[in-house]
Design a protein around this ligand. Structure first.
Ligand code: FE2
Ligand code: FE2
Length: 154
């Protein structure tokens, strides 16, 4: 085996890393769309005096998820990909506590995936992207805390 670095190989590796990031970001974008739908609906259908505060917080989450979706779509476009038009399927419940549990699971899934995306971005040398994702993940962690508080899990 030659130890000489082939420019074509280097190019290929970096473009396949980029493709992997684009695919991952589109999955993240699809999760953001789902989060927007759930927060728009749940913030208006949560019932019970004990859930008044969290209902207001969920409206704020909805706006933040929209901002995340816009930012992730911008990053996909910047990397040369096509931002997805399709969201992950939103979940629904008529029970207020179950709604919050659905949201909590979704936030934890989202955080896990953004952590992976940050690692991929750093491996690929896309440091501006990893910085942007860190800002997003900080807000997802706040969402997780709001939901845990409302569920009495903290
Ligand atoms: Fe988000
Ligand atoms: Fe979130």
């Amino acid at each position: 085996m030659s130890t000489k670095t082939e420019p074509a190989d280097a190019e290929g590796a970096s473009s396949s890393m980029k493709d992997e990031i684009i695919r991952g970001l589109n999955e993240d974008l699809a999760r953001e769309y789902k989060a927007i739908i759930q927060y728009v609906v749940f913030s208006n259908t949560l019932k019970g005096a004990e859930y008044g505060d969290i209902a207001e917080q969920l409206k704020k989450h909805a706006s933040q998820e929209l901002a995340h979706a816009l930012e992730v779509a911008r990053q996909v476009d910047y990397l040369g990909g096509d931002p997805t038009m399709k969201g992950k399927e939103a979940e629904y419940s008529q029970d207020s506590k179950t709604m919050l549990e659905i949201d909590l699971r979704a936030e934890q899934e989202t955080i896990k995936n953004y952590r992976e995306r940050i690692r991929q971005a750093e491996r690929a040398g896309e440091f501006a992207l990893s910085e942007t994702l860190r800002d997003i993940i900080a807000e997802e962690q706040d969402h997780e805390i709001d939901l845990k508080d409302a569920l009495g899990l903290r």
